[in-house]
Design a protein around this ligand. Structure first.
Ligand SMILES: NC(=O)c1ccc[n+]([C@@H]2O[C@H](COP(=O)([O-])OP(=O)(O)OC[C@H]3O[C@@H](n4cnc5c(N)ncnc54)[C@H](OP(=O)(O)O)[C@@H]3O)[C@@H](O)[C@H]2O)c1
Length: 252
């Protein structure tokens, strides 16, 4: 069944990982797509895969002038927006004592400020009903020492989703979040750690996880499809955890 037939969807960070898997699934369900990313090769590959009907835009999530330009392109191409999936995020781990002001500003700028203002700026594009989805992270509940700014920025997202869930439902806009646990995407490569260190992290996750594996981007995309579609018509201001049970172990 086409759960998003004719719906206009914008996915930030849609050229890789969770965002690209969601773009593929949304397209299969009839959505008309706009996706963003930064890396030219990934942008070109996404355009190739999603087809010429998709609007694939180089856009830096933390730059509000670029957000304005992006939304203008979406308006020009599609005239409106039905689903906004704010998925682009920056982790940039570091021990607490070594976090710099630039690092702090970059993480908060992309993960929190950009999400806040992209939603605010996109409001005129929404019609009588719409769905906004924010990708948070289980670190917003569990705490992770080397990800102190990241986890706090994701907690800010979760709080925002609750506030905007209430603020916007009167306009027919549902705001919800997906909180992934460890998902096997390029995000781990971006940490620029030696391969054996990444494998050690994966092994540790597998050992601690009740489900004994990392999740896949496709598994998160299915939850995004649910929240984007009318199947989630009665869900407002909610955060769905997709982590194979890891949070329950961490908080036990
Ligand atoms: N993977 C996990 O274990 C995990 C766990 C919890 C939460 N998350 C969250 O899930 C979201 C997606 O992560 P992922 O694992 O799918 O990562 P990924 O595979 O690295 O993909 C990230 C996507 O976002 C884009 N992107 C990154 N920074 C951007 C920026 N500033 N402006 C525009 N686009 C940007 C990337 O484009 P370029 O390649 O062009 O930079 C890419 O398309 C993030 O918000 C992340 O915090 C991930």
């Amino acid at each position: 069944m086409n759960k998003l037939e004719g719906k206009v969807v914008l996915i930030t960070g849609g050229t890789n990982g969770i965002g690209l898997a969601s773009a593929r699934l949304f397209k299969a369900h009839g959505a008309r797509l706009a996706v963003t990313g930064r890396d030219p090769a990934a942008l070109a590959a996404a355009q190739e895969e999603l087809g010429s009907d998709a609007l694939v835009v180089a856009s830096q999530a933390g730059d509000l002038a670029e957000v304005d330009a992006l939304l203008a392109q979406v308006k020009q191409r599609f005239g409106r927006l039905d689903v906004l999936f704010l998925n682009a995020g920056l982790s940039s781990p570091a021990p607490f004592e070594q976090v710099t002001e630039d690092q702090f500003d970059a993480i908060v700028g992309i993960n929190f400020k950009a999400v806040f203002f992209t939603i605010q700026k996109a409001l005129p594009l929404f019609g009588a009903s719409a769905s906004i989805i924010v990708t948070t992270s289980i670190t917003n509940q569990t705490g992770t020492p080397n990800f102190s700014v990241y986890g706090a920025s994701k907690a800010a997202q979760r709080s925002l989703v609750q506030s905007l869930g209430l603020a916007l439902i009167g306009r027919g806009i549902r705001v919800n979040a997906i909180s992934p646990g460890p998902i096997d995407t390029n995000a781990f490569q971006r940490l620029k750690l030696p391969a054996e260190r990444v494998e050690a992290i994966h092994a540790d996750i597998r050992a601690r996880s009740p489900i004994k594996r990392l999740g896949s981007a496709d598994e998160v995309a299915k939850v995004a499809l649910f929240l984007a579609s009318d199947d989630a018509a009665y869900i407002v201001g909610e955060e769905i955890v997709v982590d194979g049970g890891l949070t329950h172990v961490c908080l036990a």
